[in-house]
Design a binder for this molecule. Structure first.
Ligand SMILES: Cc1cc2nc3c(=O)[nH]c(=O)nc-3n(C[C@H](O)[C@H](O)[C@H](O)COP(=O)(O)O)c2cc1C
Length: 383
Protein backbone atom coordinates (compact mmCIF):
# COMPACT_ATOMS: atom_id res chain seq x y z
CA UNK A 1 0.00 0.00 0.00
CA UNK A 2 1.50 3.37 -0.91
CA UNK A 3 1.58 5.98 1.82
CA UNK A 4 -0.51 8.45 -0.12
CA UNK A 5 -3.18 5.86 -0.79
CA UNK A 6 -3.95 4.86 2.72
CA UNK A 7 -7.14 5.76 4.40
CA UNK A 8 -5.25 6.44 7.61
CA UNK A 9 -3.97 8.47 9.19
CA UNK A 10 -4.99 11.92 8.08
CA UNK A 11 -1.47 13.15 8.76
CA UNK A 12 -2.81 16.25 10.41
CA UNK A 13 -3.31 17.72 6.99
CA UNK A 14 -5.38 20.82 6.63
CA UNK A 15 -9.01 20.57 5.69
CA UNK A 16 -8.49 21.88 2.22
CA UNK A 17 -12.14 21.47 1.34
CA UNK A 18 -13.27 24.67 2.95
CA UNK A 19 -16.98 25.44 2.69
CA UNK A 20 -17.86 27.05 -0.57
CA UNK A 21 -16.79 30.62 -0.71
CA UNK A 22 -17.81 31.42 -4.29
CA UNK A 23 -20.61 33.93 -4.31
CA UNK A 24 -22.55 31.98 -6.88
CA UNK A 25 -22.95 28.95 -4.67
CA UNK A 26 -23.58 30.68 -1.40
CA UNK A 27 -26.60 32.09 -3.15
CA UNK A 28 -28.01 28.64 -3.78
CA UNK A 29 -26.88 26.32 -1.02
CA UNK A 30 -28.57 26.39 2.33
CA UNK A 31 -30.63 29.34 1.21
CA UNK A 32 -32.94 30.40 4.02
CA UNK A 33 -30.83 28.50 6.52
CA UNK A 34 -27.84 30.67 7.27
CA UNK A 35 -27.16 28.85 10.52
CA UNK A 36 -25.21 25.88 9.14
CA UNK A 37 -21.67 27.21 9.08
CA UNK A 38 -22.06 28.63 12.57
CA UNK A 39 -23.85 25.54 13.82
CA UNK A 40 -22.18 22.44 15.16
CA UNK A 41 -18.87 21.51 13.49
CA UNK A 42 -20.42 18.24 12.39
CA UNK A 43 -23.22 20.05 10.60
CA UNK A 44 -20.74 22.45 9.04
CA UNK A 45 -18.81 19.47 7.67
CA UNK A 46 -21.77 18.54 5.52
CA UNK A 47 -23.06 22.01 4.61
CA UNK A 48 -22.18 24.13 1.60
CA UNK A 49 -20.49 21.23 -0.17
CA UNK A 50 -20.44 19.86 -3.67
CA UNK A 51 -19.71 16.17 -3.24
CA UNK A 52 -18.95 13.19 -5.39
CA UNK A 53 -21.67 10.63 -4.62
CA UNK A 54 -20.79 7.10 -3.57
CA UNK A 55 -20.43 4.89 -6.62
CA UNK A 56 -19.40 1.30 -7.12
CA UNK A 57 -16.63 1.17 -9.76
CA UNK A 58 -17.11 4.82 -10.78
CA UNK A 59 -15.92 6.00 -7.38
CA UNK A 60 -12.52 4.32 -7.70
CA UNK A 61 -9.68 6.12 -5.93
CA UNK A 62 -7.98 7.61 -9.02
CA UNK A 63 -11.29 8.95 -10.30
CA UNK A 64 -12.07 10.49 -6.94
CA UNK A 65 -8.65 12.12 -7.03
CA UNK A 66 -9.45 13.59 -10.44
CA UNK A 67 -12.79 14.93 -9.19
CA UNK A 68 -11.07 16.35 -6.15
CA UNK A 69 -8.73 18.28 -8.45
CA UNK A 70 -11.75 19.79 -10.11
CA UNK A 71 -13.17 20.84 -6.76
CA UNK A 72 -15.20 18.00 -5.25
CA UNK A 73 -15.38 18.86 -1.54
CA UNK A 74 -16.62 15.53 -0.25
CA UNK A 75 -15.73 12.11 -1.57
CA UNK A 76 -17.02 8.69 -0.69
CA UNK A 77 -15.65 5.20 -1.00
CA UNK A 78 -17.22 2.58 -3.18
CA UNK A 79 -19.85 0.60 -1.30
CA UNK A 80 -18.33 -1.68 1.35
CA UNK A 81 -20.29 -4.73 2.51
CA UNK A 82 -20.24 -4.48 6.30
CA UNK A 83 -20.61 -8.20 6.98
CA UNK A 84 -17.69 -9.03 4.71
CA UNK A 85 -15.46 -6.30 6.13
CA UNK A 86 -16.10 -7.45 9.67
CA UNK A 87 -15.48 -11.08 8.66
CA UNK A 88 -12.04 -10.00 7.45
CA UNK A 89 -12.65 -10.34 3.71
CA UNK A 90 -9.62 -9.12 1.81
CA UNK A 91 -11.82 -7.89 -1.02
CA UNK A 92 -13.33 -5.05 0.99
CA UNK A 93 -10.22 -3.54 2.61
CA UNK A 94 -8.82 -1.81 -0.49
CA UNK A 95 -12.12 0.02 -0.82
CA UNK A 96 -11.37 1.88 2.40
CA UNK A 97 -8.25 3.46 1.00
CA UNK A 98 -8.31 7.14 0.30
CA UNK A 99 -5.97 9.47 -1.54
CA UNK A 100 -4.17 12.10 0.54
CA UNK A 101 -6.01 14.83 -1.35
CA UNK A 102 -9.39 13.57 -0.14
CA UNK A 103 -9.86 15.92 2.79
CA UNK A 104 -13.41 14.87 3.62
CA UNK A 105 -13.56 11.20 2.76
CA UNK A 106 -16.37 8.95 3.88
CA UNK A 107 -16.63 5.19 3.80
CA UNK A 108 -19.97 3.89 2.63
CA UNK A 109 -21.31 0.80 4.35
CA UNK A 110 -24.10 -1.51 3.34
CA UNK A 111 -25.68 -4.21 5.45
CA UNK A 112 -28.70 -5.06 7.54
CA UNK A 113 -27.22 -6.16 10.87
CA UNK A 114 -26.82 -3.34 13.39
CA UNK A 115 -23.85 -5.10 15.02
CA UNK A 116 -21.83 -5.58 11.87
CA UNK A 117 -22.68 -2.13 10.51
CA UNK A 118 -21.46 -0.63 13.80
CA UNK A 119 -18.33 -2.80 13.82
CA UNK A 120 -17.59 -1.93 10.19
CA UNK A 121 -18.03 1.76 10.99
CA UNK A 122 -15.56 1.42 13.85
CA UNK A 123 -13.08 -0.20 11.47
CA UNK A 124 -13.55 2.60 8.94
CA UNK A 125 -12.99 5.18 11.68
CA UNK A 126 -9.82 3.38 12.80
CA UNK A 127 -8.50 3.46 9.26
CA UNK A 128 -9.02 7.22 9.04
CA UNK A 129 -12.43 7.79 7.45
CA UNK A 130 -13.67 11.28 8.23
CA UNK A 131 -17.28 10.03 8.23
CA UNK A 132 -19.31 6.93 7.46
CA UNK A 133 -22.25 6.85 5.10
CA UNK A 134 -24.87 4.18 5.73
CA UNK A 135 -26.37 3.04 2.45
CA UNK A 136 -30.13 2.56 2.48
CA UNK A 137 -30.45 3.37 -1.21
CA UNK A 138 -28.83 0.45 -3.00
CA UNK A 139 -31.40 -0.95 -5.47
CA UNK A 140 -29.46 -4.04 -6.59
CA UNK A 141 -31.62 -7.18 -6.44
CA UNK A 142 -28.96 -9.25 -4.70
CA UNK A 143 -28.66 -6.66 -1.92
CA UNK A 144 -32.37 -5.91 -1.60
CA UNK A 145 -33.37 -9.59 -1.54
CA UNK A 146 -31.11 -10.02 1.47
CA UNK A 147 -32.93 -7.22 3.27
CA UNK A 148 -30.16 -4.62 2.96
CA UNK A 149 -29.82 -1.37 0.96
CA UNK A 150 -33.11 0.04 -0.29
CA UNK A 151 -35.05 -2.83 1.33
CA UNK A 152 -34.58 -0.99 4.63
CA UNK A 153 -36.52 2.00 3.30
CA UNK A 154 -39.60 -0.15 3.91
CA UNK A 155 -38.55 -0.67 7.52
CA UNK A 156 -37.84 2.72 9.13
CA UNK A 157 -37.61 1.20 12.64
CA UNK A 158 -34.95 -1.28 11.57
CA UNK A 159 -33.15 1.45 9.66
CA UNK A 160 -33.18 3.53 12.83
CA UNK A 161 -31.79 0.61 14.85
CA UNK A 162 -28.81 0.34 12.48
CA UNK A 163 -28.12 4.07 12.74
CA UNK A 164 -28.46 3.97 16.54
CA UNK A 165 -26.06 1.02 16.87
CA UNK A 166 -23.53 2.79 14.68
CA UNK A 167 -23.99 6.03 16.60
CA UNK A 168 -23.29 4.23 19.86
CA UNK A 169 -20.09 2.77 18.46
CA UNK A 170 -18.33 5.59 16.61
CA UNK A 171 -17.55 9.21 17.29
CA UNK A 172 -17.05 10.22 13.65
CA UNK A 173 -20.01 11.81 11.83
CA UNK A 174 -22.63 9.57 10.25
CA UNK A 175 -24.47 10.38 7.05
CA UNK A 176 -27.37 8.27 5.87
CA UNK A 177 -28.13 7.67 2.21
CA UNK A 178 -31.84 7.53 1.44
CA UNK A 179 -34.02 7.42 -1.62
CA UNK A 180 -37.38 9.15 -1.87
CA UNK A 181 -38.82 5.74 -1.05
CA UNK A 182 -39.02 2.16 -2.16
CA UNK A 183 -42.32 1.93 -4.02
CA UNK A 184 -42.95 4.48 -6.76
CA UNK A 185 -46.41 5.24 -5.43
CA UNK A 186 -45.35 5.52 -1.80
CA UNK A 187 -42.48 7.93 -1.32
CA UNK A 188 -41.75 7.82 2.42
CA UNK A 189 -38.52 9.81 2.70
CA UNK A 190 -40.03 12.01 5.41
CA UNK A 191 -40.48 8.92 7.61
CA UNK A 192 -37.08 7.37 6.94
CA UNK A 193 -35.41 10.77 7.37
CA UNK A 194 -37.07 11.20 10.75
CA UNK A 195 -36.08 7.68 11.83
CA UNK A 196 -32.46 8.27 10.80
CA UNK A 197 -32.19 11.65 12.51
CA UNK A 198 -33.89 10.47 15.70
CA UNK A 199 -31.38 7.62 15.83
CA UNK A 200 -28.43 10.00 15.60
CA UNK A 201 -27.63 10.65 11.92
CA UNK A 202 -25.63 13.85 11.41
CA UNK A 203 -26.62 14.37 7.78
CA UNK A 204 -28.83 12.82 5.11
CA UNK A 205 -28.06 12.24 1.46
CA UNK A 206 -31.37 12.06 -0.36
CA UNK A 207 -31.54 10.66 -3.88
CA UNK A 208 -34.89 11.86 -5.18
CA UNK A 209 -36.05 8.65 -6.83
CA UNK A 210 -37.63 5.51 -5.44
CA UNK A 211 -36.06 2.12 -5.77
CA UNK A 212 -38.76 1.07 -8.21
CA UNK A 213 -38.16 4.10 -10.41
CA UNK A 214 -34.45 3.35 -10.84
CA UNK A 215 -33.36 6.06 -13.33
CA UNK A 216 -36.59 6.16 -15.32
CA UNK A 217 -37.99 9.35 -13.82
CA UNK A 218 -36.51 12.73 -13.05
CA UNK A 219 -35.39 13.07 -9.44
CA UNK A 220 -38.00 14.69 -7.22
CA UNK A 221 -36.28 17.78 -5.84
CA UNK A 222 -39.51 19.10 -4.34
CA UNK A 223 -39.51 16.05 -2.07
CA UNK A 224 -35.83 16.53 -1.22
CA UNK A 225 -36.67 20.12 -0.25
CA UNK A 226 -39.51 18.88 1.97
CA UNK A 227 -37.16 16.48 3.71
CA UNK A 228 -34.65 19.31 4.21
CA UNK A 229 -37.36 21.45 5.77
CA UNK A 230 -38.42 18.67 8.11
CA UNK A 231 -35.12 17.87 9.86
CA UNK A 232 -32.48 19.87 11.70
CA UNK A 233 -29.44 18.21 10.13
CA UNK A 234 -27.93 19.11 6.74
CA UNK A 235 -29.65 17.44 3.80
CA UNK A 236 -27.52 16.73 0.76
CA UNK A 237 -29.64 16.63 -2.39
CA UNK A 238 -28.83 14.15 -5.12
CA UNK A 239 -30.19 13.41 -8.57
CA UNK A 240 -29.78 14.58 -12.17
CA UNK A 241 -27.28 17.40 -11.62
CA UNK A 242 -25.36 17.97 -14.85
CA UNK A 243 -25.08 21.74 -15.29
CA UNK A 244 -24.90 24.89 -13.16
CA UNK A 245 -28.46 25.68 -14.22
CA UNK A 246 -29.68 22.51 -12.53
CA UNK A 247 -28.56 23.99 -9.22
CA UNK A 248 -29.95 27.39 -10.02
CA UNK A 249 -33.41 25.99 -10.61
CA UNK A 250 -33.52 23.47 -7.76
CA UNK A 251 -31.92 25.06 -4.75
CA UNK A 252 -33.19 28.62 -4.22
CA UNK A 253 -35.79 28.87 -1.50
CA UNK A 254 -34.94 25.47 -0.04
CA UNK A 255 -32.95 24.42 3.02
CA UNK A 256 -30.97 21.87 1.05
CA UNK A 257 -27.48 22.28 2.50
CA UNK A 258 -25.30 20.57 -0.14
CA UNK A 259 -25.45 18.51 -3.29
CA UNK A 260 -23.86 15.28 -4.45
CA UNK A 261 -23.25 14.37 -8.07
CA UNK A 262 -22.89 10.86 -9.48
CA UNK A 263 -23.45 10.37 -13.23
CA UNK A 264 -22.74 14.04 -13.97
CA UNK A 265 -19.25 13.58 -12.52
CA UNK A 266 -18.72 10.40 -14.52
CA UNK A 267 -19.67 12.22 -17.72
CA UNK A 268 -17.49 15.24 -16.91
CA UNK A 269 -15.25 15.27 -13.84
CA UNK A 270 -14.90 19.04 -14.25
CA UNK A 271 -18.55 19.45 -13.23
CA UNK A 272 -17.39 20.49 -9.75
CA UNK A 273 -15.59 23.49 -11.18
CA UNK A 274 -18.72 24.46 -13.13
CA UNK A 275 -21.01 24.08 -10.15
CA UNK A 276 -18.74 26.10 -7.90
CA UNK A 277 -18.25 28.88 -10.40
CA UNK A 278 -21.91 28.90 -11.33
CA UNK A 279 -21.12 28.86 -15.05
CA UNK A 280 -20.45 26.30 -17.74
CA UNK A 281 -16.92 25.36 -18.75
CA UNK A 282 -16.54 23.68 -22.13
CA UNK A 283 -13.06 22.21 -22.40
CA UNK A 284 -11.37 22.14 -25.79
CA UNK A 285 -10.52 18.82 -27.41
CA UNK A 286 -6.85 19.02 -26.28
CA UNK A 287 -8.08 19.73 -22.76
CA UNK A 288 -10.39 16.72 -22.85
CA UNK A 289 -7.55 14.45 -24.01
CA UNK A 290 -5.35 15.84 -21.26
CA UNK A 291 -8.00 15.12 -18.63
CA UNK A 292 -8.28 11.52 -19.82
CA UNK A 293 -4.52 11.21 -19.71
CA UNK A 294 -4.54 12.61 -16.20
CA UNK A 295 -6.94 9.86 -15.17
CA UNK A 296 -4.65 7.33 -16.81
CA UNK A 297 -1.68 8.69 -14.85
CA UNK A 298 -3.56 8.63 -11.54
CA UNK A 299 -4.82 5.12 -12.23
CA UNK A 300 -1.34 3.94 -13.13
CA UNK A 301 0.05 5.44 -9.95
CA UNK A 302 -2.62 3.61 -8.00
CA UNK A 303 -2.83 0.24 -9.73
CA UNK A 304 0.74 -0.01 -10.94
CA UNK A 305 2.81 0.05 -14.11
CA UNK A 306 3.29 -3.70 -14.31
CA UNK A 307 1.16 -5.90 -16.51
CA UNK A 308 -1.35 -6.70 -13.79
CA UNK A 309 -1.74 -3.04 -12.88
CA UNK A 310 -2.11 -1.95 -16.49
CA UNK A 311 -4.80 -4.57 -17.08
CA UNK A 312 -6.80 -3.00 -14.28
CA UNK A 313 -6.07 0.53 -15.49
CA UNK A 314 -7.37 -0.39 -18.93
CA UNK A 315 -10.48 -2.02 -17.51
CA UNK A 316 -11.33 1.08 -15.50
CA UNK A 317 -10.41 3.42 -18.35
CA UNK A 318 -12.74 1.64 -20.78
CA UNK A 319 -15.44 1.60 -18.14
CA UNK A 320 -15.12 5.37 -17.80
CA UNK A 321 -15.29 5.81 -21.59
CA UNK A 322 -18.82 4.46 -21.24
CA UNK A 323 -19.74 7.71 -19.47
CA UNK A 324 -17.23 10.19 -20.94
CA UNK A 325 -18.64 9.75 -24.43
CA UNK A 326 -21.94 11.20 -23.23
CA UNK A 327 -20.40 14.63 -22.71
CA UNK A 328 -21.94 17.46 -24.76
CA UNK A 329 -21.13 21.18 -24.34
CA UNK A 330 -24.64 22.11 -23.28
CA UNK A 331 -25.69 25.74 -23.12
CA UNK A 332 -28.29 27.42 -21.00
CA UNK A 333 -30.56 27.40 -24.07
CA UNK A 334 -30.28 23.59 -24.26
CA UNK A 335 -31.15 23.43 -20.58
CA UNK A 336 -34.23 25.63 -21.05
CA UNK A 337 -35.33 23.71 -24.15
CA UNK A 338 -35.24 20.36 -22.33
CA UNK A 339 -36.90 21.65 -19.14
CA UNK A 340 -38.58 20.39 -17.08
CA UNK A 341 -36.82 17.20 -18.16
CA UNK A 342 -33.26 17.28 -16.77
CA UNK A 343 -30.62 17.26 -19.52
CA UNK A 344 -28.96 14.18 -18.02
CA UNK A 345 -32.18 12.25 -18.63
CA UNK A 346 -32.29 13.18 -22.33
CA UNK A 347 -30.58 11.34 -25.16
CA UNK A 348 -27.34 13.04 -26.16
CA UNK A 349 -27.46 14.34 -29.74
CA UNK A 350 -25.17 12.86 -32.40
CA UNK A 351 -21.94 14.78 -32.91
CA UNK A 352 -20.77 15.70 -36.40
CA UNK A 353 -17.72 17.62 -37.57
CA UNK A 354 -14.20 17.30 -36.19
CA UNK A 355 -13.07 13.65 -36.27
CA UNK A 356 -11.80 13.73 -32.67
CA UNK A 357 -15.07 15.23 -31.44
CA UNK A 358 -16.94 12.43 -33.22
CA UNK A 359 -14.57 9.80 -31.80
CA UNK A 360 -14.93 11.03 -28.22
CA UNK A 361 -18.72 11.06 -28.56
CA UNK A 362 -18.88 7.48 -29.82
CA UNK A 363 -20.61 4.82 -27.72
CA UNK A 364 -18.84 2.02 -29.64
CA UNK A 365 -16.50 -0.23 -27.66
CA UNK A 366 -14.12 -0.35 -30.64
CA UNK A 367 -13.82 3.47 -30.54
CA UNK A 368 -13.16 3.37 -26.80
CA UNK A 369 -10.26 1.02 -27.56
CA UNK A 370 -8.92 3.61 -30.00
CA UNK A 371 -9.24 6.34 -27.35
CA UNK A 372 -7.41 4.11 -24.86
CA UNK A 373 -4.59 3.41 -27.27
CA UNK A 374 -4.19 7.08 -28.17
CA UNK A 375 -4.10 8.14 -24.52
CA UNK A 376 -1.54 5.46 -23.82
CA UNK A 377 0.64 6.58 -26.74
CA UNK A 378 0.03 10.28 -26.07
CA UNK A 379 -1.21 10.42 -29.63
CA UNK A 380 -3.46 13.45 -29.29
CA UNK A 381 -3.34 17.20 -29.87
CA UNK A 382 -1.99 19.37 -27.09
CA UNK A 383 -3.48 22.79 -26.61
C1 LIG B 1 -22.07 3.54 -11.66
C2 LIG B 1 -22.88 3.90 -10.44
C3 LIG B 1 -22.64 3.23 -9.25
C4 LIG B 1 -23.36 3.58 -8.08
N1 LIG B 1 -23.07 2.93 -6.91
C5 LIG B 1 -23.63 3.40 -5.75
C6 LIG B 1 -23.22 2.89 -4.50
O1 LIG B 1 -22.37 2.00 -4.39
N2 LIG B 1 -23.79 3.42 -3.38
C7 LIG B 1 -24.75 4.41 -3.45
O2 LIG B 1 -25.23 4.88 -2.41
N3 LIG B 1 -25.19 4.86 -4.63
C8 LIG B 1 -24.62 4.41 -5.77
N4 LIG B 1 -25.01 4.95 -6.97
C9 LIG B 1 -26.08 5.97 -6.99
C10 LIG B 1 -25.53 7.38 -6.93
O3 LIG B 1 -24.77 7.61 -5.74
C11 LIG B 1 -26.64 8.44 -7.01
O4 LIG B 1 -27.46 8.32 -5.87
C12 LIG B 1 -27.53 8.28 -8.23
O5 LIG B 1 -26.78 7.94 -9.40
C13 LIG B 1 -28.29 9.58 -8.51
O6 LIG B 1 -27.41 10.63 -8.75
P1 LIG B 1 -27.13 11.18 -10.25
O7 LIG B 1 -28.45 11.49 -10.86
O8 LIG B 1 -26.24 12.39 -10.02
O9 LIG B 1 -26.44 10.08 -11.00
C14 LIG B 1 -24.34 4.61 -8.14
C15 LIG B 1 -24.57 5.25 -9.35
C16 LIG B 1 -23.85 4.92 -10.48
C17 LIG B 1 -24.11 5.66 -11.77
Amino acid sequence: MRPDDTCSPRDGEADTAAPLGGRSLVVYLGDGHEGWPEGSPVHALFAGRIGLAAMATGGNLPYRRLCREFGADLTCSEMVLADKLVAGSRAELPLLRRHASEAIFGVQLCGKHPDSMAAAAARAAELGARFVDLNFGCPIDLVVRRGAGAALLERPAKLGAIVAATRARVAIPISVKLRSGYQAQKPNALDTARAAVDAGADALVVHGRTREQRYRRAADWALIARVAASVDVPVIGNGDILTPWDLQTRLPGTRIASVMVARGALIKPWIFRELKQGRAWHPTLPERWAIMRRYYDFATEHFGEDERGQTRVKRFFLWHCGFWHRYRPYTEEDFRAAAPEPLIQTRAAAVVGEPDAVLLASAEASDHEIVWRRVLDRDYPVG
